[in-house]
Design a protein around this ligand. Structure first.
Ligand code: CP
Length: 318
């Protein structure tokens, strides 16, 4: 696999073969877990597994990514050490994030998982650290493990990638999830579109030529998969974004009326956290086509698969 011994920062790094390998191992882990409530016995322990150490530095809030990396590691029998409260770290004494990364890498963990807001100095440093780094969500750049678990959830529910039509709805401009999904899903042969207010239309070169919808109901009718996004207020200019939340809800919130336009076998995704009533209504979260919690479950198996591959662990096929 192209990312063994390397950092994993972008969906761009994954070939179709890499994605197949990650999905195949995640499927194996999930099946085994659902039967036996464990999958660690599939992993060869002759390489000092208990000595493997994953360090995590999260300087932006996280529930799903942080916890699922920790749970995935624990299920594999690997330890994690986490630094995620700047108040108890030397960041609060003025140390920079890039120096924090340098110092933690100097403790020689086997892998480092990072999450942080846009920071060009940190971007430069993580490319040069002596241990491989996993991008657990960097600013508005990318969130490639989220895209992997999203694609895995699409495959699990829709059974294919070719012929699938995914519409990404909402704050696409500020979304690292949208960027990573656009690259990954395109590589897998999925047709992508987005539906966003003018203020949230993506501007990066990679989005040029991607189909866009201005009407949410038409977008949902076209799609087999609807992917909502969180409105990323923390990445908006303090001067505002030119659209009020009331207007946003009126035109882009997916509620029961909008979901009527989704085909019966279509699915609704959202990376979380869902801001109820803004991006999705409480009603649609209970619809059987809504797979938000399945995404979260799959995040554990995808991250366990990725960690095991990146750490070069042998896994016994059943
Ligand atoms: N999807 C996601 O990244 O969620 P968290 O911010 O809670 O990790």
């Amino acid at each position: 696999m192209s990312i063994v011994g390397e950092s994993f920062l972008s969906s761009e790094q994954l070939s179709e073969k890499d994605i197949e390998q990650i999905f195949s191992r995640a499927t194996l882990f999930k099946k085994e877990f659902l039967k036996h409530k464990r999958f660690d016995h599939l992993v060869a322990h002759n390489e000092g597994l208990a000595q493997k150490m994953v360090a995590m530095v999260f300087s932006e809030p996280s529930t799903r990514t942080r916890m699922s990396f920790q749970i995935a590691s624990a299920r594999l029998g690997i330890r994690t050490m986490s630094l995620d409260n700047p108040q108890v770290a030397s960041l609060s004494k003025g140390e920079t994030l890039e120096d924090t990364f340098r110092n933690i890498a100097a403790m020689m963990p086997d892998l480092l998982v990072v999450r942080y807001n846009t920071n060009l100095d940190a971007d430069a440093v993580i490319k040069d650290l002596p241990c491989p780094v996993i991008n657990g969500g960097i600013g508005a750049y990318e969130h490639p493990t989220q895209a992997l678990l999203d694609a895995f959830t699409i495959l699990e529910n829709r059974g294919q990638f070719k012929g699938e039509k995914v519409v990404i709805v909402g704050d696409v401009l500020h979304s690292r999830v949208a960027n990573s999904n656009m690259v990954l899903l395109k590589r897998l042969g999925v047709e992508i579109a987005y539906c966003a207010p003018e203020e949230f239309v993506p501007k990066a070169e990679a989005w040029k030529g991607i189909r866009s919808f201005s009407n949410l109901n038409e977008a949902i009718e076209w799609s087999t998969v609807v992917m909502g996004l969180r409105v990323q207020k923390e990445r908006h200019a303090t001067s505002g974004i030119g659209i009020s939340m009331a207007e946003y809800r009126e035109r882009y919130r997916i509620g029961g009326d909008q979901l009527k336009h989704l085909r019966p076998d279509g699915i609704l995704l959202h990376p979380g956290p869902v801001i109820r009533g803004v991006e999705l209504s409480a009603f649609v979260l209970n619809d059987k086509r809504c797979k938000v919690l399945d995404q979260v479950t799959n995040g554990v198996f995808i991250r366990a698969s990725l960690l095991s591959i990146m750490l070069g662990l042998e896994v016994q096929q059943k």
